[in-house]
Design a protein. Structure first.
Length: 417
């Protein structure tokens, strides 16, 4: 950078920060028009929730203390974030370099998912300040599954932050910090993959103690393994869907030389998803046959089970395989959508729908719970878009188009770090 560096004392950092807060692109977009009212309404609901308690905006009760915020925001949302550890494992451990162009976006998506969805746990607690209890073992004990999951969540968010930190260093122009942080990436990936293996299965382990309450078609001693394996193809399907949307929305951020390789990446991801889904379906079918659950299929619950396991697991698996063989991106993307719907249905079946299935009084989420969840998702997309439009996420810093107005400001920040 040839410009004269400006010291932090002269406000270089704050000038740079203000420049980054300027809106970029069109303001009146369909997403903005829809998401802003949702976020404002959700914030209003949260004011009522924190001033008048959970009962004022939710249908939770002593019989159903875990509702839609846990079942979707946490149990389902964490599965969707499985693409982060899957892709980083493929790139940094297996040395599958062709997936390197999507590593940063995938890690960012995973990091934000954990920050927003795991952070949404505070909304579901009657006394949010007690969220520290599982971490310190208070009232739960150090042998509690919640103790393990809490620490896995916390450490994995730190690992993902470390994986993404070289992007922030490039954005700030801190070359030395970038070299140091990049050298730590491999260790962070190994640590993060290990933690992901544990906490994805740990979420399933939470339901091992609820055998009397979960319908037999969905309960199994292997729920932790099912949660882990399903997080692999859930994460890959989310990468396919999110990558397709990002490829269109942020096409100006992507190096034109890499546009032609995007189709090959999608096909490779679909192949991995098909293999993981076949393994998942094989084990589910094996346990079904071993437990002799044929008679359970004669009820409405049996039809609901077949919808999930056949319609949203086996059929998308064959669609992925067909799409890979015939290089049909349309079929692959359709399979990804069906797969994500299947993950949502599976997680909600275990945590809500098939939970207390015999109870005459059923839990249904209130409209306020749904709006708050939509607010959390919308806010995550806003933050993801803000970061992608400013930081070198879709490509390296040296590949970004130059902006003459930002050069002096970026030079000032780099000089102060």
């Amino acid at each position: 950078m040839s410009q004269e560096p400006v010291s932090r004392d002269k406000g270089g950092f704050w000038v740079f920060l203000r420049s980054q807060l300027r809106p970029r692109g069109k303001i009146l977009t369909p997403f903005n028009v829809i998401s802003v009212p949702i976020i404002l309404l959700g914030l209003g609901i949260l004011v009522v929730r924190f001033t008048q308690g959970l009962g004022s905006v939710t249908n939770l009760s002593q019989e159903t203390p875990w509702g839609f915020w846990i079942g979707f925001d946490v149990i389902t949302g964490v599965a969707f974030a499985g693409g982060a550890y899957t892709i980083t494992f493929a790139v940094y451990i297996m040395r599958m370099e062709k997936y390197h162009p999507i590593v940063r976006a995938t890690v960012l998506n995973g990091l934000l998912a954990y920050v927003f969805y795991a952070g949404a746990l505070a909304l579901d607690l009657g006394r949010p300040w007690n969220i520290i209890n599982p971490i310190i073992g208070n009232s739960f004990g150090f042998n509690s599954v919640l103790f393990l999951v809490s620490w896995h969540f916390l450490l994995y968010m730190l690992a993902e932050l470390l994986e993404f930190s070289p992007v922030v260093a490039e954005w700030l122009g801190a070359r030395r910090a970038r070299r140091i942080l990049s050298a730590m990436t491999l260790s962070a990936v190994i640590f993060g993959v290990t933690l992901s293996t544990l906490h994805q299965s740990g979420l399933g382990a939470l339901y091992l103690m609820a055998k009397p309450k979960i319908h037999p078609l969905w309960y199994s001693e292997f729920i932790p393994i099912f949660f882990f394996v399903s997080s692999i193809f859930a994460g890959l399907s989310m990468v396919i869907l999110e990558g397709t949307l990002s490829h269109r929305v942020f096409k100006d951020q992507i190096d034109p030389k890499k546009h032609h390789s995007f189709d090959d990446l999608i096909i490779g991801l679909a192949k991995g998803a098909a293999i993981a889904m076949f393994v998942y379906y094989f084990f589910r079918a094996l346990i079904f046959l071993h437990d002799k659950q044929w008679t359970l299929l004669r009820s409405g619950w049996g039809a609901w089970y077949l919808l999930e396991i056949i319609g949203l697991v086996l059929i998308p698996c064959f669609m992925f395989a067909y799409g890979v063989r015939h290089r049909s991106l349309g079929i692959i993307r359709s399979a990804a959508v069906l797969t994500l719907l299947g993950i949502v249905l599976n997680r909600l079946n275990i945590s809500i729908i098939a939970y207390n299935w015999y109870s005459p009084v059923r839990y249904y989420p209130s409209w306020q719970e749904i709006v708050v969840t939509m607010m959390v998702v919308s806010a995550e997309i806003w933050v993801f878009r803000w970061i992608v439009l400013r930081m070198p996420v879709m490509r390296e810093a040296h590949e970004l188009p130059s902006d003459p107005q930002e050069k002096p400001e970026r030079a000032a920040v780099a000089a102060s770090l």
